[in-house]
Design a protein around this ligand. Structure first.
Ligand code: ATP
Ligand code: MG
Length: 356
């Protein structure tokens, strides 16, 4: 038997375990069909329930335990009863930081069969948003001054290192280079006169190394408008942590909503594992009811397969997701259907079988 891909699974909270289970169904089918590789996975019971039992979100040596895996497959983390700053910082952000997953990739692509609130006929949304994932406005730098006085001031500093800015922009150019697409930088140099002026300079410098690639630059306000009025003008998009956070949720809204949006946290050096997850949260309102849409989690599996170098399978999985939606007979309530989470997962597997 050929290659083995080691996957650490963290199903997490709420609907996380329900959707991750369906992702593994798909992986199992691929393993059965292919035969040239297999997946070896280990499940980690970390999350908010673990926190209630042991007073921590993950084992103290959790990062060490995860280190040797090729990828981490995560469901959702966070639940009422555990403050967000604990569930987020002590698990998700800890993993992202420890493994230097400085690239956040979100495909904003309107799949066949998915519904956009834009013109029904609008099917030309296909961009890859590369969000800086390690610094910027989310670096945690700032201060609270003169607290309790009328002169109180809160400061939140955007941290943009040359190393951090260059590497994310270069990553976007490499993506565009490989796919023959343009690169658009989204920033705000007119108002953020230190950080974004610097970002624009670095973008200009790196772009000179790729003279054959078309580049565009937008202010984030204008870009937000064009995401809605003319999304076809964007291909590979590179942007800061904060702008990327907002724009990708806007993009998710344009392409079928939370039940259909996936994201990857990548460490391009491959020194440490990368992490794949649906971007939705634990959705306590529908947790445990088999109502969650597993298609976002299954799209994450497609991204994971691409990352493993099994792009043919990555594409097939996405096609199976599209077939599930165009058939339309087995869909969860958020997509207007009455099927359960497990039934949708099984449907995707059936579509994969038909594509053999
Ligand atoms: P977080 O803070 O963890 O991002 P959130 O408060 O933003 O969480 P989510 O848990 O992502 O919220 O979900 C918001 C709502 O969207 C849920 O309450 C649920 O109704 C719906 N939703 C999210 N994910 C799915 C899904 N996979 N299938 C169906 N509905 C979903
Ligand atoms: Mg959210």
């Amino acid at each position: 038997m050929g290659k083995v891909f080691h996957i650490a699974s963290i199903p997490g909270d709420g609907i996380g375990p329900e959707v991750v289970k369906e992702g593994f169904k798909v992986l199992q089918e691929i393993e059965d069909q292919d035969g040239s590789f297999r997946f070896e996975s280990r499940e980690f019971p970390w999350g908010c329930e673990y926190y209630h039992k042991y007073g921590k979100m993950m084992d103290d040596d959790g990062i060490t335990q995860l280190k040797t895996f090729d990828a981490i497959y995560l469901g959702a983390v966070g639940y009422p009863g555990v403050p967000d700053h604990i569930s987020l910082w002590d698990l998700l952000l800890k993993i992202r930081k420890s493994f230097d997953q400085y690239v956040n990739i979100r495909p904003i692509k309107l799949l066949e069969g998915a519904e956009s609130p834009l013109l029904p006929a609008y099917h030309d949304i296909d961009m890859l948003v590369i969000r800086e994932n390690s610094e910027g406005e989310y670096a945690g730098a700032g201060d609270r001054l003169f607290q309790g006085t009328p002169d109180e001031v809160a400061l939140q500093t955007g941290v943009f290192s040359r190393k951090g800015t260059e590497r994310i922009i270069r990553y976007a150019f490499e993506e565009a280079n490989a796919s023959g697409k343009s690169v658009t930088s989204i920033s705000k140099g007119n108002a953020l006169n230190y950080s974004m002026v610097f970002w624009d300079e670095v973008f200009q410098e790196v772009s000179e190394e790729y003279p054959h690639i078309n580049t565009y630059s937008y202010l984030v306000d204008a870009a937000s408008m064009f995401f809605v009025t003319d999304p076809s003008r964007f291909e590979v998009v590179v942007t800061s942590n904060l702008f990327g956070d907002i724009l990708t949720d806007l993009g998710a809204g344009l392409t079928g909503g939370l039940g259909l949006a996936a994201g990857a946290n990548i460490n391009p050096t491959r020194e440490y594992p990368s992490m794949f997850e649906p971007i939705h949260g634990s959705a306590p309102d529908i947790a445990g009811k088999q109502k969650a849409n597993p298609l976002a989690a299954i799209w994450s599996v497609s991204q994971m397969l691409d990352f493993f170098g099994e792009e043919e399978w990555g594409t097939k999985v996405l096609k199976a997701v599209e077939k599930t939606m165009t058939d339309g007979d087995v869909l969860t309530p958020d997509m207007g259907g009455t099927a359960t989470t497990a039934e949708v997962g099984t449907k995707v597997v059936e579509c994969l079988k038909q594509m053999k």
